[in-house]
Design a protein around this ligand. Structure first.
Ligand SMILES: O=C(O)CCC(=O)C(=O)O
Ligand SMILES: [Fe+2]
Length: 359
């Protein structure tokens, strides 16, 4: 049975011809067309022709289209292009999760159009191809898909660190120097830190316990209550005491859209926190939550933005100057039990900086 309007699209990872482990959940922020194609050759050719005829609609920024292929021969001929890619679903797991193949193996080929928060907007069978593409042509900008202005469910709390503490943290970074930090990825059963162009940032880790105590005290007395009020969550543990630096002159500091808890080694993280240390001194370098439109968030100097680690978020490029931020994750005792359980899946490369500050 086809998915229905409003249902959350199941997340999965699957290979495409150009990406061995494509993470579907990172697609938020634009419309996504999934085409569950028929296996019968003539019907499939018709559907493929309809897909290709609308190629100009798949501009990547507003809409990206994926054909879901289960047939190995079709897979071997498929090639990814910008905006039009292919999920190779040899086991049929993705097609089953979306109701395009029943448990008994009966197929229901269909077009499944997802909104920028990855929920079903339009679902239509192959006999409704024209109507589906007419609906796609009439779509508003991704940020307007709800018909009303959207706000990300994030909490902004000013006055966590006083100006002197912000200056001390920047000075600490300048004295220590930062090391390039990586991104945590799941590769098979392991969580590994990867250094690539997904992120351009340097981090310095605060090891000194007395310094950590000072930072923790401020978070405890000034930030925990607002978090509890907004999210009914009581953090008891902090991961990462780092000062991060995004530098316009060093790779154009940025962090592309990601979620913070999608690997076994990071699944325990509940809330992420960004405390800006010099908000007046750089351009760009805002937080953005693509599933909730183009609006950006910029905590004031010493202030925090707190958000669920499950939300897709990005740090936009710093275009002038350097952005310094203190970036902890919060979790609780249940999270600690999960962290202990999954610890054996964490695998660090030889890169010490990735070890210090993977996100
Ligand atoms: O730069 C920020 O404020 C967010 C950083 C981030 O998303 C991360 O370290 O996971
Ligand atoms: Fe993050």
């Amino acid at each position: 049975m086809m998915m229905q309007t409003g249902q959350a699209a199941p997340w999965f990872t699957a290979p495409t011809p150009s990406v061995p482990n494509f993470n579907f959940s990172s697609l938020g922020g634009r419309y996504v067309l999934l085409a569950f194609l028929p296996t019968e050759p003539i019907a499939r050719q018709l559907a493929l022709a309809a897909m290709q005829a609308h190629q100009s609609l798949y501009d990547q920024t507003n809409l990206v289209a994926f054909g879901v292929l289960r047939d190995p021969v079709a897979m071997s001929q498929a090639q990814d292009r910008p905006g039009l890619m292919w999920f190779l679903d040899q086991s049929g797991a993705v097609s089953r999760a979306y109701g395009a193949v029943s448990q008994a193996g009966v197929e229901t080929p269909y077009w499944c159009l997802l909104d920028p928060s990855l929920r079903v907007m339009v679902a239509g069978g192959m006999d409704q191809t024209e109507q589906v593409f007419a609906a796609i042509r009439a779509l508003p900008a991704p940020g307007d898909h709800a018909g009303v202005p959207l706000h990300a469910p994030v909490l902004v709390v000013p006055r966590i660190f006083e100006p002197e503490m912000c200056a001390r943290l920047i000075e600490f970074y300048e004295r220590r120097g930062g090391e390039r930090s990586g991104t945590m990825r799941q590769v098979g059963g392991k969580t590994v830190a990867v250094l690539d162009d997904f992120k351009s940032r340097r981090d310095a880790t605060i090891e000194d316990e007395a310094f950590r105590d000072e930072l923790r005290a401020r978070i405890q007395t000034r930030l925990l209550r607002p978090i509890n009020r907004a999210f009914q969550f009581n953090p008891t543990r902090i991961e990462r005491y780092i000062v991060a630096c995004y530098d316009a002159d060093d790779g154009g500091g940025y962090f592309k859209p990601h979620r913070d808890n999608t690997t076994s080694g990071t699944a325990h993280r509940k809330f992420a926190c960004s405390i800006n240390l010099n908000a007046e001194e750089f351009e760009g370098g805002d937080l953005r939550f693509p599933e909730f439109g183009p609006k950006t968030y910029r905590p004031p100097t010493g202030g925090a933005v707190v958000f669920s680690c499950s939300l897709l978020h990005e740090a936009t490029p710093v275009t002038r100057g350097r952005r310094y931020a203190f970036l902890p994750f919060f979790f609780d005792e249940a999270g600690e039990a999960l962290r202990q359980k999954n610890l054996h899946t964490l695998q660090f490369g030889d890169e010490p900086s990735a070890r210090a500050a993977g996100a």
